[in-house]
Design a protein around this ligand. Structure first.
Ligand SMILES: NC(=O)c1ccc[n+]([C@@H]2O[C@H](COP(=O)([O-])OP(=O)(O)OC[C@H]3O[C@@H](n4cnc5c(N)ncnc54)[C@H](OP(=O)(O)O)[C@@H]3O)[C@@H](O)[C@H]2O)c1
Length: 248
């Protein structure tokens, strides 16, 4: 069964130079898929390509720009003819007083976390629809289950991506294309090097009540790949955390 979803299939993975996306890329290639990766850190992408045995291609660009979206789509079409899967994973965060963060952060995060995933989806999904198969994975956050003061600029686009994904699912399911939504909890990655986030992570990891819920990027990546394989639509880590999304 796994061969069907991975062997000879091409997946676009955004944000694959680190963290969750890096492990998703490795996991997909281990199962026989080809990955087209996107991030800004060329060194890591080059090294992934060198070690991939021909299973990794990439575009180096900043996903907050339309030129980047255009280049990714062009490269994927030229190198692979299209994509069986799109994993919208690239992300960054910011924590701070909503009234003081400034509009640039809201704009950058809205582009990176919402508009770019929407644009990539709209550009890459026609190829999937034509074949009646494919998968779009949107990495959201378990943070949408609650309100975290100071994380508004990050959570608003994640809420938008969550809503868009649910609506997209209604359009794509009848056409054979699966939409998977992923809600990671706090995960130990460089995400917390983002604006104002170090202190948030320090508090989470030193508090016995919250520390237990912190996970690793390998675990989230494995849950994503298992969901693709099993045809599951909603991914939480741990699975029980799904209860937090009731009514969302
Ligand atoms: N870590 C958590 O606690 C957590 C919890 C819930 C959800 N998430 C979500 O999980 C996803 C992955 O995050 P992570 O924890 O794995 O973070 P990470 O380790 O910091 O990785 C983020 C990835 O996104 C890429 N990226 C960031 N900004 C970019 C840009 N402007 N253009 C292109 N690529 C960009 C980075 O690559 P370059 O820097 O090389 O460009 C990197 O590969 C994000 O959507 C995040 O919101 C994370």
């Amino acid at each position: 069964m796994s061969g069907e979803k991975f062997e000879g299939r091409t997946y676009v993975v955004t944000g694959c130079s680190k963290g969750i996306g890096y492990h998703v890329a490795l996991g997909l290639m281990r199962r026989g898929a080809t990955v087209h990766g996107v991030a800004r850190t060329e060194q890591v992408l080059r090294s992934l390509k060198e070690r991939s045995g021909g299973k990794f291609t990439y575009t180096v660009c900043d996903l907050t720009t339309d030129e980047c979206v255009d280049r990714v789509v062009t490269d994927v079409k030229e190198l692979h003819g299209g994509a069986y899967g799109l994993i919208n994973n690239a992300g960054a965060g910011a924590l701070g007083d909503l009234l003081e963060l400034g509009p640039e952060i809201f704009e950058r995060l809205t582009k990176l976390l919402y508009l770019t995933p929407v644009k990539l989806t709209l550009r890459l999904v026609p190829w999937m629809i034509e074949r009646g198969e494919g998968v779009v994975v949107n990495v959201i956050t378990l943070g949408i289950a609650t309100h975290i003061r100071g994380l508004e600029a990050y959570l608003a686009p994640k809420h938008a991506l969550h809503r868009f994904s649910k609506d997209l699912r209604d359009y794509l399911s009848p056409r054979g294309v699966r939409v998977i939504t992923v809600y990671p909890p706090v995960t130990r990655t460089s995400f917390f090097e983002g604006h104002g986030l170090r202190e948030f992570y320090r508090k989470m990891s030193s508090n016995p009540l919250t520390r237990w819920g912190i996970t690793f990027p390998e675990r989230v990546a494995e849950a994503i790949i298992e969901a693709i394989e099993a045809g599951k639509e909603v991914v939480t880590v741990p699975r029980l955390a799904r209860a937090l999304l009731i009514g969302k």
